[in-house]
Design a protein around this ligand. Sequence first.
Ligand code: HEC
Ligand code: HEC
Length: 335
Amino acid sequence: MRKLSLLALAISMSATAIAAPKPNEPIQPIEPYEVTDAAKVELGKQLFFDPRLSKSGFISCNSCHNLSMGGSDNLPTSIGHNWQEGPINSPTVLNSSYNIAQFWDGRVADLQEQAGGPIENPLEMGFTHELAVDVVSSIPQYVQSFKNVYNVDKITINEVTNAIAEFEKTLVTPNSPFDQWLKGDTEAITAEQKAGYQLFKEVGCTACHSGPAVGANTFQKMGLFEDYKTNNPAEGVAGLTGEDTDRFKFKVPTLRNVELTYPYFHDGAYWQLEEAVDVMARLQLGRKLESEQISQITAFLKSLTGEQPSFTMPLLPPSTAETPLPEPFVKKAKE
Ligand code: HEC
Ligand code: HEC
């Protein structure tokens, strides 16, 4: 019955280049996020943009997950507190609610648990949870917002990270040309992109990059057919388990918005998407692709760029006399 009506729909709409949706593809569309608690999301947005959650008063979540640049920082590895070079490439926060777990090695389960990490990471925001809570608690507008949203008089790090996670869940990117094509608009992607998608499936990319996020749902070894050569010391999942079989196993990154999130791989070593496609085909599938095939797959990957989050910039309430002062630089001992 359902098949019949889909067929009828396809026939009746063929004149406008709209065909039936494609439910059996290895990739599914990203759906818009329905906000249920707008006040919580707004508070989380403020905190995501507030650099006062860092020791320097200079670094916010948005510094390394810039929502104007695909939710990443477009650097090989991030710059953190006191200009320190971070150990690993900053993944995008866009569609991060689809991740099987957070971080390249999946060491934390969810977005709320994740959000506490960077605040007290000495290489990132360089702060402590206590001081971050002291900062928000010293600002009457924040105190009022936390009271409205969580019904608490005393703010703890749990409410801070919960609000940030709630905001992050809204950072989905639906309606990419590819999703429009999946939903039945046969003209939404170009002939080159269609050819690229066929290849993407045929050569076996979908073995690891599938589902709504086109990845993010398994951990896989980087370098199956050839070793991946890098100076970056990250060990992947082996860093947590100590198991040799987990060496170089990383969470498969999402390929949603991948055109925006260069440079690529956990060490950020490749700036061009074409290079990343070539490396993947050789190292993960043992295949040397022709340059035309690489162009086609790259064109397909660009059809995964969805609608970027758009919102009013949050206004952050001013500090007060009680707010701990920022310490932008580590004081050097006098010579
Ligand atoms: C100094 C740069 C920096 C700052 C500031 C920063 N992050 Fe990150 N973020 C990173 C890096 C680098 C990683 C990857 C670390 C790893 O996997 O070991 C990461 C990982 C993540 C992830 C996991 C994404 C994934 O695909 O696994 C999320 C979510 C995230 N950060 C959110 C936040 C939030 C929320 C804040 C603010 C509280 C924040 N980040 C502050 C650099 C930063
Ligand atoms: C066996 C699993 C596997 C297969 C097959 C695979 N990938 Fe990957 N892909 C990964 C893993 C794991 C990473 C992360 C590696 C790293 O950062 O060191 C990755 C990363 C990428 C990246 C970089 C994303 C980023 O944000 O840094 C791109 C682009 C990519 N893959 C495209 C492809 C294409 C195109 C194919 C097919 C030619 C493919 N992959 C096949 C597992 C796979």
